[in-house]
Design a protein around this ligand. Structure first.
Ligand code: SF4
Length: 293
């Protein structure tokens, strides 16, 4: 498609209509699956499960307090590390369900603040993941040799988010990762406005449109369950809004069969989640904001 046709398409009513249509989400996911390194039709067969991206949240502690934090970390009055046994059991329940995962990502808060990080990485099923990744704000320099060893063994890629506050430590961290032979990637994410987590009045039609336009693909593993998105898990954990029974998978308490069925349902979901009312993604107000301020 040349630029002119692309521009016409971008501003056309037909495109808006298509993005409002619930089949758009299915189409986007199928496109993503077809571009995946390990694409195979077999993952669409009954009984097979392919995950796009799963974020394993290991802590809500963070040493930065970015006002635009999508994950709402500054709202935690008493941030905490996840319980080790419970999180490992939850990961094991998830891992037994899927056949392939594109991105298996460890996330916080700031993951290097959690002393149990090495135990969680050791549980990552590298044999069926395209990329195992850890996202850090690059302000903490780890020193644990066992952590480096497990990161090498699991071929973890460190994603260094670039913020105004981490220029100096980022360079030091890069030198250490190079010495330790650990892959890294400097990430300059575009931050957009998700807004304060307050309830907004939106009609059913508006919520449907918002959800259909929302491009967030990562499912969130959080305290025993898998949630549709990070806004849903964090709003729930902070007591800001509830989740309906079909908006999460209770991994720890379900059987494997129940989990497989419910994860598949979550991946192909067409209905907004309750947290959409508390979020600006997928709306005109979701404008670009400064990163990490
Ligand atoms: S709450 Fe809704 S709009 Fe916000 S990220 Fe989740 S699915 Fe998207």
């Amino acid at each position: 498609m040349n630029m002119e046709i692309k521009d016409i398409w971008k501003s056309s009513k037909l495109r808006q209509f298509w993005h409002n249509f619930s089949a758009h989400k299915t189409y986007v996911r199928l496109c993503r699956l077809s571009k995946s390194d390990n694409w195979s039709m077999k993952y669409l067969l009954p009984g097979r499960l392919w995950l796009d991206t799963v974020d394993v949240v290991i802590t809500t502690k963070c040493n930065l307090f970015c006002k635009g934090c999508h994950h709402l970390m500054p709202y935690y009055q008493q941030p905490y590390h996840m319980d080790k046994e419970r999180l490992i059991a939850t990961m094991q329940k998830l891992n037994e369900c899927f056949d392939w995962c594109d991105h298996y990502n460890f996330l916080g808060g700031e993951p290097f603040m959690n002393p149990d990080l090495k135990y969680y990485i050791a549980e990552a099923p590298d044999e069926k993941c395209n990329v195992i990744q850890l996202t850090t704000n690059a302000t903490i320099i780890p020193t644990d040799s066992e952590l480096f060893e497990v990161m090498r063994r699991k071929k973890v890629r460190i994603l260094l988010s670039q913020y105004p506050s981490n220029r100096e430590t980022q360079q030091r961290l890069i030198s250490i990762l190079q010495q330790e032979g650990i892959e890294y990637h400097i990430h300059k994410p575009v931050w957009t406005e998700y807004g304060k987590p307050i309830e907004r009045s939106r009609s059913t039609k508006e919520l449907k449109q918002q959800f259909s336009r929302c491009p967030v693909k990562c499912k969130q593993l959080y305290d025993g369950a898998l949630y549709y998105c990070f806004r849903s898990s964090n709003c729930h954990d902070l007591g800001i809004c509830n989740v309906a029974d079909d908006e999460y998978v209770d991994l720890l308490h379900n059987t494997k069969e129940q989990n497989c069925r419910e994860i598949r349902r979550l991946m192909w979901r067409h209905k907004p989640v309750r947290a959409c009312k508390y979020c600006l993604r997928g709306t005109e107000e979701n404008v670009i904001i400064p990163r990490g301020e």
